[in-house]
Design a protein around this ligand. Structure first.
Ligand SMILES: [Zn+2]
Length: 259
């Protein structure tokens, strides 16, 4: 039993070493809510990025949490993109955001009340105005955090994709050029949605991992979800493309869909 786990670990390490690309990397990071206990790991992660010359990164925050708004203090001079769903932001000053959190973001964790209040409540439109003033970009993440591939009606698709960007522009008086589709996987997007995205936005971000160096397609910007609970060595391995081989077929399928 012990021998078998040792062999497994050894094989995994050898495969990882062989497959990891050590060349220059242009990666886009995805964060969501940042809990209080993640603030220190976030700072360590950002210091690691600052020190790395081979890995260039753009930071993005999805969903529009108040705790990601607060996390900008740790970013120092970095500028991030915040992908928000207007219907979530609209609930910032009401008590109706918790049902949105569980229903539309499909988050099922059993969070304690203080975590709900602190980490996963939405940012407000005023918070987003502050982000804009500080030079961060706001992108659309659909109107209601919808899984676009499940929507049959053309009108509804346009409301989610075009309506959301227009609403953010109205509320913040900024141009909204970037879009990230919710859930980020291959199953959550299709050709019909892509046609509308291309009409309205200049770029589209996914949740599929990959290096953006040499990626000419602005509508398939690869991104890396980062779990701040993992050791920095592991993050480094990820960002050097250690698992990119696993996502190769998903990247080519998405590239075909996005045309
Ligand atoms: Zn999301």
């Amino acid at each position: 039993m012990i021998l078998r786990s040792f062999l497994k670990l050894y094989l995994w390490r050898m495969t990882a070493l062989l497959l990891a690309k050590k060349g220059p990397q242009q990666r886009v990071i995805i964060f969501h809510d940042i809990h209080a206990f993640q603030e220190a790991p976030l700072r360590s992660f950002l210091s690691f990025l600052d020190a790395s010359t081979a890995i260039q990164t753009t930071i993005t925050f999805d969903d529009g949490f108040h705790s990601s708004y607060r996390a900008i203090q740790a970013l120092k001079n970095r500028k991030a993109i915040f992908f928000v769903a207007p219907e979530f932001i609209n609930r910032a000053h009401t008590n109706r955001w918790q049902e949105f959190f569980h229903h539309n973001l499909l988050r099922t964790e059993d969070l304690r009340q203080y975590e709900l209040e602190r980490a996963v409540r939405p940012a407000s439109w005023d918070d987003l105005r502050t982000l804009v003033k500080l030079g961060h970009a706001i992108g659309s993440h659909t109107m209601t955090h919808a899984r676009l591939s499940k929507i049959r009606s053309q009108k509804e698709l346009e409301y989610e994709i075009i309506g959301s960007g227009d609403r953010i522009e109205d509320m913040l008086q900024v141009k909204v050029d970037h879009f990230a589709y919710p859930f980020g996987d291959l199953k959550s997007i299709d050709e019909r949605a892509y046609k509308i995205i291309r009409r309205r936005y200049r770029s589209c971000f996914t949740g599929i991992r990959g290096n953006n160096i040499g990626n000419e397609n602005k509508y398939t910007q690869w991104r890396d979800p980062i779990d701040l609970g993992c050791p920095i060595k592991y993050q480094e391995f990820l960002l050097q493309g250690g698992f990119d081989w696993y996502y190769r077929s998903q990247r080519s399928r998405l590239a075909a869909l996005s045309q």
